[in-house]
Design a protein around this ligand. Sequence first.
Ligand code: 6GU
Length: 225
Amino acid sequence: MKIDILTLFPEMFKGFLSESIIARAIKEKKVEINIYDIREYSKDKHKKVDDYQFGGGEGMVLMPQPIFDAVDDLKKEDTKVILMTPQGIPYKQKLAYNLSNEKHLLIICGHYEGFDERIRSLADMEVSIGDFVLTGGELASMVVTDSIVRLLDGVIKDASHQNDSFNDNLLDYPVYTKPREYRGMKVPEVLLSGNHALIDEWRNKMKIERTKKRRPDLLKGDLYE
Ligand code: 6GU
């Protein structure tokens, strides 16, 4: 899979691409990730990428030209273009699974102040990562990329995401490691029993209990269809 990201702030991606599971996935060629600087596509002699908005108002607006030219350059036949914006559809694990089957994603990071409305016409999909406002789409694009890359074949053990929260609209069960007792808090007896049928039953029960208590909205299911 190839993921191309268009941004005004390429430096923000350095840590993300050079650490941990994402770095390993790139090294092992499970994914190719390229960061493109929107400014490099500006035809303005000062490499300008934004301007005042028609009608007046605070803030600079990302101009169409650099983005349209970048998409013309990078979009191929099987490319899915995703625009990161708080006005997009809410990002969910289901969409991470669907996108992990694409060949090529081109992710456009929105600007803090906004972008020219005509840029929307380039996107196959507009995505938001939640009901809060970020200074730009960069962190959101990293969230989306991270959630997709970990689902690609061979990036992490299959069993690690088969039990993910949200796969069945349920939160994960609690897990413990050594020691058996820490500061008076004990590992539940059932986990030490060696009885795997009993352990599975306990884990399922905990998933349901925890979801009821913390995220009753998930149990309705409709949010994650
Ligand atoms: Cl995709 N962009 C920005 N700027 N803020 C957000 C977001 C995206 N998703 C949630 N908040």
